[in-house]
Design a protein around this ligand. Sequence first.
Ligand code: NAD
Length: 327
Amino acid sequence: MILVTGGSGYIGSQFVRTYCKQKPQEKVLVVDNLVEGHPEALEGLSNVVLERLDIDDYDGLKRLFSMHEIRAVVHFAAFCYVGESQEDPGKYYQNNVAGSISLFRAMEDCGVRKLVFSSSCATYGTPINVPIDESHPQNPINVYGLTKHLVEQIIKGYADTRGWSYAALRYFNASGADRSGVFGESHDPETHIIPLALQVAAGKLDQLQIFGDDYDTPDGTCIRDYIHVEDLADAHIRALNKLEIQEGGIAINLGTTFGASVKEVVDICQEVSGRKVKHVFCPRRPGDPARLVADATKAYEYLGWKPKHDLRSIIQTAWTWETNKRY
Ligand SMILES: NC(=O)c1ccc[n+]([C@@H]2O[C@H](COP(=O)([O-])OP(=O)(O)OC[C@H]3O[C@@H](n4cnc5c(N)ncnc54)[C@H](O)[C@@H]3O)[C@@H](O)[C@H]2O)c1
């Protein structure tokens, strides 16, 4: 059995559904406090048990680890709003860092020493060179990125002293929805550009704000690396499989290596939806680099992983979800 924290959230639930499809004989224990998660995202999965629990609850976690034979943990649970992390750093240190420490103490005390961790390209900060590979210095420029960097360091400490095996997966911009059209992204508030642009197309929002059109990029808008949530799920399963047979720790970027500008995203959203995405240009936001694009060579070499979805497919699946959203 594996334990998945944050498994009813956007990326975590995609991982759980994919894992159950690929390994129908395996059981999954999801730990989620449902602050952001949606139980509907795990509907119909007979080998999944959802425990409503906060990862800060060390005794509750220890009880679960002693009740079940857990081989490995996949740790998605975290708060993920960069803006909020700047306004309320303590909330992020408490949930993302202290919560992770509580989880890791319970794991160590119960002899569970294999971990896949949701890290982020936000740990790199402003890039010195692009595409960014894993040896790029990690100098986060916001509290959210700092919490992810701190947790990576804490995990490394467990690996060095207690022999843990881990993969810290640094995602770039997670996006898209399950191909079924029945599961997808649902954040409140939503801050990601693709769902926001599609909400404008669907008439749920008046206009999209685009922050900065004077960057040093071909069309002046920021370039980001959008990676489909199904591709992320696939990479997690590969990382888990590796941990079963190989010891040690590794950090791996998960991105496509292809960047797209905000204007390109808006254009494809208009083409796919057949509707206008009304937008307005606003001043740059502090701390938004012009380009964030992954060098994903290591993911290919170590995990044999290559993304299957391109930006159009990301936007097509997200549009199907946006127009049929159930939660
Ligand atoms: N979405 C992205 O583009 C992106 C990029 C890089 C990294 N990440 C990381 O991926 C992970 C998943 O992101 P997401 O977009 O699916 O977010 P999400 O908010 O949809 O999912 C997070 C889940 O964790 C749960 N959770 C939060 N704090 C908890 C706690 N203390 N105890 C138990 N459960 C808790 C929430 O209820 C939610 O179900 C996060 O760690 C995030 O930092 C996301």
